[in-house]
Design a protein around this ligand. Structure first.
Ligand code: GSH
Length: 216
């Protein structure tokens, strides 16, 4: 059985958890926090989460994990069948993660964990986020799903990251950039939020947050 390793506040961990649930793949979970411990580095080379344990060995990087799950468990596909549409789905995921989430990530410490961000960082992140979100607004369809009329892996990814990015920009700039540049996300997020497995992930994440706050 697949073992998913990481912690419930991690957006990339929750991305894979949601994919496992949507594809109805049996899995167990192991609570693992990122670190540079040798024991962890042997399982995840940068000490990051998530990673999964499979019968073949460990696998890190959430997108490699998602594609492994998609290739190995074909019954409930999360990518379209058509090659071009599959590529469009991957294109959306790449834009959300590389051009938006990874940029916003530079502010997470300052926004949520008592860190600081210089004025230069704040300005640079703002400019890059605004450009990227304008670009994403040209790609995202929200009709009603992000890539069109079928729920795909890109929706699992978008739902997970959009919420966190909204909170980050509200905290850092007093403005929700996701709502500003992707206004259709208001209806979209509440529609996706009604899905059974999305609700399960959201509930587990809320518990993880309560635990984190209690131990702060
Ligand atoms: N590209 C990685 C990103 C994973 C990632 O950044 N995970 C965070 C937790 S959400 C982490 O482990 N951070 C610790 C670190 O950067 O050292 C993936 O898609 O799996």
């Amino acid at each position: 059985m697949i073992k998913l390793c990481g912690f419930g506040l991690s957006n990339y961990y929750n991305k894979i958890k949601l994919v496992l649930l949507e594809k109805q793949i049996a899995f167990s979970e192991e609570l693992v926090y990122p670190s540079q411990d040798e024991a962890l580095l042997a399982r995840s080379p940068l000490g990051k989460v998530p990673f999964i344990e499979t019968e073949h060995g460990c696998l890190s990087e959430s997108q490699a994990i998602l594609e492994y799950l998609e290739d190995s468990y074909t019954e409930l596909p999360l990518y379209p069948r058509d090659a071009f549409q599959r590529a469009k789905c991957r294109e959306l995921i790449q834009h959300v993660e590389l051009n938006v989430e990874l940029i916003a990530r530079r502010l997470y410490k300052a926004a949520f964990f008592g860190g600081t961000a210089s004025d230069e960082t704040r300005t640079e992140v703002r400019e890059r986020l605004e450009l990227s979100l304008k670009g994403l607004s040209k790609l995202a369809k929200f009709s009603p799903y992000i890539g069109g009329n079928v729920y795909t892996a890109a929706d699992s990814v978008a739902w997970i990251h959009f919420g966190l990015i909204s909170m980050t920009t509200q905290k850092m700039y007093g403005e929700d950039f996701i709502a500003k540049y992707l206004p259709a996300t208001a209806d979209y997020m509440s529609m996706i939020g009604k899905r059974l497995h999305v609700q399960a992930v959201a509930a587990d994440r809320a518990n993880a947050m309560a635990e984190f706050m209690a131990n702060k």
